[in-house]
Write a protein that binds this ligand. Structure first.
Ligand SMILES: Cc1cc2nc3c(=O)[nH]c(=O)nc-3n(C[C@H](O)[C@H](O)[C@H](O)COP(=O)(O)O)c2cc1C
Length: 182
C-alpha cells in the first residue's frame, strides 16, 4: 500500500478474526510505535500485548469491572466477551515522567500517536484494527490490573486482526470547514 493511500484512506474495522499479527508483523508495528514524536526522548509509552491466554485474563478483568459496577448477568456476560472481538489487543499506556519542559499532556498525546502508528502499520500489512477505550480504560479495577497510578493513563485498547468481511469503504469527510489560515 502506498504511504499516501494509507494516510488518506485508513479506516477502522470493528469485526476482527484470526489470524492476528504474526510475531514479525507485531515487530514492524512496534517499530512504527518507536518512531512516534516524543519530546525530549522520554518514550512515555508502554505496550501490553494481549493474545491467547492474555485475552482470557483481560476477560476476567472486565468481568471484575462489571461486577464492581453492579451490572446484571447480561452486562457481566457482555463484558466477558469484549476481549473475544479480536485475536490480539494491545493496551497502550502513557507512562508519565515529570519533566520541566514536557508536560503530561504532551506525553499523553505521544502515546496516542503511538496507538495510531501501530494501527497504520497493521493496515499497511493487510491487517486491521480499532482503537477502543470505553469507560473501562479509566476504571480503578483496570488501572490496578495494569499497574496504572498517578498521571499515567490507559490511552487505548487497540483491537487487531484480520477483517471478518470485506470492508465497506467510507467516503472521505470534507475537512475544509475545519481549516483556517492565520
Ligand atoms: C481515544 C479514542 C478512543 C476511542 N474509543 C472508542 C470506543 O471505546 N469504542 C468505539 O467504538 N470507538 C472508539 N473510538 C473510535 C474508533 O477507534 C474509530 O475511530 C471510529 O469508530 C471511527 O472509525 P474510523 O476510524 O474508521 O473513522 C475511539 C477513538 C479514539 C481516538
Amino acid at each position: 500500500m502506498q504511504a499516501l493511500e494509507l494516510l488518506t484512506k485508513r479506516q477502522s474495522c470493528p469485526r476482527l478474526i484470526a489470524p492476528g499479527p504474526s510475531p514479525e508483523q507485531l515487530q514492524v508495528m512496534l517499530d512504527a510505535a518507536a518512531r512516534t514524536p516524543d519530546h525530549m526522548n522520554l518514550m512515555p509509552w508502554e505496550f501490553v500485548v494481549i493474545e491467547g491466554l492474555g485475552l482470557q485474563r483481560l476477560s476476567d478483568i472486565f468481568v471484575e469491572v462489571a461486577k464492581a459496577n453492579n451490572s446484571d448477568e447480561e452486562g457481566i456476560a457482555k463484558s466477558a466477551k469484549m476481549p473475544t472481538r479480536a485475536p490480539m489487543i494491545i493496551a497502550v499506556i502513557s507512562r508519565i515522567t515529570e519533566h520541566p519542559k514536557v508536560p503530561a499532556w504532551e506525553q499523553h498525546i505521544s502515546a496516542g500517536c503511538a496507538v495510531h502508528a501501530i494501527q497504520m502499520a497493521a493496515v499497511a500489512q493487510g491487517l486491521a484494527g480499532i482503537w477502543r477505550t470505553g469507560s473501562y480504560a479509566e476504571h480503578p479495577v483496570v488501572r490496578e490490573a495494569f499497574d496504572i497510578t498517578g498521571d499515567d493513563k490507559l490511552v487505548g485498547f487497540l483491537y487487531l486482526g484480520t477483517p471478518a468481511t470485506e470492508q465497506r469503504f467510507k467516503p472521505s469527510r470534507d475537512i475544509q470547514a475545519k481549516v483556517r489560515y492565520l
